[in-house]
Design a protein around this ligand. Sequence first.
Ligand code: GTP
Ligand code: SPV
Ligand code: MN
Length: 596
Amino acid sequence: MNAAVDVFKRNDFPGSSLDALNAWVAEVAALTQPDDIHWCDGSDAENARLTKQMLADGTLLPLNPETHPHSWLHRSSPSDVARVEHLTFVCTAQQEDAGPNNHWMAPAEAHAKMDALFAGCMRGRTLYVIPYCMGPIDSPLSRCGVEITDSPYVVANMRIMTRMGAPALARIEREGTFVKGLHSTGELDPDRRFIMHFPDELTIKSFGSGYGGNALLGKKCHALRIASHQARSEGWLAEHMLIVGIENPQGETHYIAAAFPSACGKTNLAMLIPPEGYRQAGWKVWTVGDDICWMRPGADGRLYAINPEAGFFGVAPGTSDSSNPNALATISHHTIFTNVAVTDEQEPWWEGLDSRTPSLDWQGRPYDAANGPAAHPNSRFTVSARQCPSYSAKAEDPQGVPISAIVFGGRRASLVPLVFEARDWTHGVLVGAAMGSETTAAATGAVGVMRRDPMAMKPFCGYNFADYFAHWLSFDGAGAKLPKIFHVNWFRKGGDGKFLWPGFGENLRVLEWMIRRVEGTADAVDTPIGHLPRAEDLNLDGVALSDEAHDLLFGFERAGWQAEFASIGEYLEEFGARTPQALKDEQQRIAARLAP
Ligand code: GTP
Ligand code: SPV
Ligand code: MN
């Protein structure tokens, strides 16, 4: 057993949560039979040791140290490259509490199934104990967890993505509660792979995958599925949202939280660089978070948000000096790349980066266009948020940032205009609940299929969506000063199949309109689906839009929306009597207004 065990084993605090932690570690070790146990302290020395070991055994491959210092490439198993929604379960006592939006298994059955997989699985391996904190260490909004894993790659990623190690352990000792996450890569066999959540026990068991959201348990498993469940009973929200601060030339900053489904633009919007004219005028953009947002009402009635993560696990393809220069600067050193291609000069490469041709594809084969893209479409970078040039000092503020606007959005090739504003909170919750988007490579399965993805939480809500919608509605109480709610669509296509809106940095033009709506200084037209800007209500200086683009981005298509609202009504029915009446009423009110 590792000497570090004794450093942290604190049996001299009987009844403290470290007692519970020690007992759990001992129980897991008895089940999984590791050769060694290592308690992670999060130190540089520990990270250097693990990196050396992973470089020696091929888990990590070196990249060009001149162009990408302290950066490594990891190639995952080709059958383990994305989240697996069909193998992800929420195990509540009653199936109805998980809802039709989740796969469900009875807790006893799920534990038995998982414990059989975990039995003896760490023989010949080291068991790593990773204490971590989601959110700033000293924030009342933060929550701690401990992940046990046999993957050093997971340790290295969790060190970047969370506040990991000794300070988290100290908070766990103080607080007495933590989320238990047990993970093993197993044999990486898709037929022996499950991601199980036990929200009532604050427990996660994940077996058979080493990839992203399946294996870095602080992220989707803890900070969304378990946390959403906790948030419901404790009166807050755990959301799949970026948080960005927009500073106007007067030096005032509005914070915006935006929920887009996986691979639909959160990282990009969180780091956007203002268009030239905006930069000259003095606009600035501050990144608080790119994937997850925990919010709760403050004493003044406003919603305050923290980013529970400390790093970015971002999509590589499409990241370039023109689309997202901040991301490119962020990942120029101390970055782990997963499933990207490499050039002759050992530099990481992906589609959309530049015009070079890579030498090896994501599987390490000589690049051949006949094999498909060089980088996997869901290839990613893991990097500390502190390396981001636009990282906001407020991201470390224990109180969080006040949210002025909430934005929902998806990939919609047709119908949905560039932006519209909900009339009030209830309408906004319906806009979120009715969100639709085309599926992406972030999860295994078909790509480009339109599905409902309420609040971008379809794969991540740890309980019945009907109860989740009711929870959202419940924030509209006495004294609440809630953000305005908007919907955007950066992905509307024209007759030629091309995107009509330039997107990326130009999205600031839409955010400015939202902020001016919040301040009461911008116009809009009332339509049945909400308040729509006319093209002249946005600053479009320097943007060349065709007549078709004008019509489709700012237009309202009554017939199409009638069909959309019929489909939204059917969707709400899927949750039966549990769907909040206020939401059904709102859907019917709008459907009636849409009637010819
Ligand atoms: P997850 O990390 O999976 O949750 O994804 P995300 O929501 O952070 O998405 P991300 O910002 O990484 O963008 C995903 C893909 O969408 C990339 O290929 C981007 O280039 C592309 N994208 C992002 N923003 C825009 C935009 O404004 N317009 C267009 N056309 N594409 C965009
Ligand atoms: C997503 O799919 O929404 C991600 C990547 O952010 S993962 O961590 O794999 O969930
Ligand atoms: Mn995500």
